[in-house]
Design a binder for this molecule. Structure first.
Ligand SMILES: [Zn+2]
Ligand SMILES: [Zn+2]
Length: 362
C-alpha cells in the first residue's frame, strides 16, 4: 500500500457538503523546490473539517481557484498531522529522508506586508493545508519545508497529531501576555478550549476556570488541569468567577466557542483592564455595546491559528509540561473516516475530543 512505485493512494476528498469520499487519487507530484513529501503517520479531525462536512464550503475555495495554490472545488482534508519525510524537493536543507516531522498548516506567500513583518498566519494569500491545499487525510502530502518541525527522538507519534491544535491554544495564550500568577477563564472546553486550558496552566496561570455545559467536557477540563469548572446553565457563572477572584473578575479570558453570547460572557468575566482573547470562529455578528470597553478599559484581541508556536508545543510535550493523552478519544483508519470519524463527531460530540486517523491503516 505504501510502496513508492505505486502511482495512486487513498485519500479523504471533500467534494461538497455531506460529501466526503475516501477514494483513489494520484500520488502527489514530486515536491517542487523548497517542498518535501511526507508519508502521513497520524492526522487529527478538526472542528473546521467538521464544518466543511456539515456546512461547507466554509474555507474551501469553490468560486475561484485559491490565489496561492489554485485549489478549487475539491480538496483532500487534514491539517493536524505528523509523518516521515519520503522525498526532498530541490534546495531543501536541514532535513533528511526518514526524518519525523510535523508541519505548520499556514502556507503563505512570503512577500506580502504580513509575511514580511513576521505575521505569516495572517498572510494576504493564506492557504491552510487541508482546506486550501491538499492535506493529510492521505498516505502522502506535499508541504513547504519552511513549515516543518523535526520531532525529537522518542517523541510519541500520536502526539504529533496534537501539536497543531495545541499551537492554537499556545498562540492565544501568548497573545494574552504573561499569565504567571493570573486568574484565567476559558469559555468552552472543546478541543481548542482544552488545549487553551493546558497551555494557560503550562504558562503559569494561578487559576484556570473553565465554563462548559456538557458533562463529559466538564470532566475533561478538570482532567487537563482546570482548577474549577462552572456550568452557566446551573449557576450564576459571573458571580462564581468574582467569588473565585477576590471580587474582581478574571485577569484574562479566552473565548473558544465562536458565539456572540459566550463572547459577551468572556468579556463580562473580566476585571477592569482585563484582556479577552477571541479564538472561536464566529458565524454571526453581534450587537455588543462597545461602551463596555471604553468604560472599563478592557482589551479584546483576536488570535488566528499560530505563529511559530509549534516549537514551544513540541518542547512542552517533550518535557512533560503538556500531556496529550486525555485529548485522544479515538484512533481509526482512513477507510473509516466518514463513519467512525466525521459522523461520530457530529452525532456524539460530547463524548469525543480528538479522533486521530492513520492513513497507513496502523
Ligand atoms: Zn485544526
Ligand atoms: Zn503573505
Amino acid at each position: 500500500m505504501n510502496d513508492l512505485s505505486h502511482t495512486h493512494m487513498r485519500a479523504a476528498v471533500w467534494h461538497g457538503r455531506n460529501d466526503i469520499r475516501v477514494e483513489q487519487v494520484p500520488l502527489p507530484a514530486d515536491p517542487p523546490p523548497g517542498w518535501v513529501q511526507i508519508k502521513v503517520d497520524w492526522c487529527g479531525i478538526c472542528g473546521s473539517d467538521l464544518h466543511e462536512y456539515v456546512a461547507g464550503p466554509v474555507f474551501i475555495p469553490v468560486e475561484a481557484p485559491h490565489p496561492l495554490t489554485g485549489i478549487q472545488g475539491q480538496c483532500i482534508l487534514g491539517h493536524e498531522f505528523c509523518g516521515e519525510i519520503v522525498q526532498l524537493g530541490e534546495g531543501v536543507q536541514g532535513y533528511a529522508l526518514g526524518d519525523p516531522v510535523a508541519a505548520d498548516a499556514c502556507q503563505h506567500c512570503g512577500t506580502c506586508y504580513y509575511c514580511t513583518h513576521g505575521l505569516y498566519n495572517i498572510c494576504e494569500k493564506l492557504a491552510f493545508t487541508g482546506l486550501m491545499n491538499n492535506g493529510a487525510f492521505a498516505e502522502r502530502v506535499n508541504v513547504p519545508a519552511n513549515l516543518l518541525y523535526k520531532l525529537p527522538e522518542g517523541f510519541p507519534r500520536e502526539a504529533g497529531a496534537l501539536i497543531e491544535p495545541l499551537a492554537v491554544g499556545m498562540h492565544a495564550v501568548k497573545k494574552a501576555g504573561s499569565l504567571l500568577g493570573q486568574n484565567v477563564v476559558v469559555v468552552g472546553a472543546g478541543t481548542i478550549g482544552l488545549c487553551t486550558i493546558m497551555c494557560a496552566k503550562a504558562a503559569g496561570a494561578a487559576q484556570v476556570i473553565a465554563l462548559e455545559m456538557a458533562t463529559a467536557r466538564k470532566d475533561k477540563a478538570l482532567e487537563v488541569g482546570a482548577t474549577a469548572v462552572l456550568d452557566p446553565s446551573q449557576c450564576d457563572a459571573l458571580a462564581e468567577i468574582r467569588k473565585l477572584t477576590g471580587g474582581l473578575g478574571a485577569d484574562v479570558s479566552f473565548e473558544c466557542i465562536g458565539n456572540k453570547n459566550t463572547a459577551k460572557l468572556a468579556i463580562d468575566a473580566l476585571r477592569k483592564a482585563g484582556k479577552c482573547v477571541l479564538v472561536g470562529i464566529f458565524e454571526e455578528p453581534s450587537s455588543f455595546n462597545f461602551f463596555e470597553l471604553v468604560s472599563t478599559e478592557k482589551q479584546v484581541l483576536g488570535a488566528l491559528a499560530y505563529n511559530g508556536e509549534f516549537a514551544d508545543v513540541i518542547a512542552f510535550i517533550n518535557d512533560g509540561r503538556l500531556d496529550i493523552r486525555p485529548l485522544v478519544t479515538g484512533r481509526i483508519g482512513l477507510e473509516q473516516i466518514v463513519e467512525l470519524g466525521f459522523e461520530e463527531l457530529v452525532n456524539n460530540k460530547e463524548h469525543n475530543v480528538k479522533i486521530i486517523v492513520s492513513p497507513g491503516g496502523a
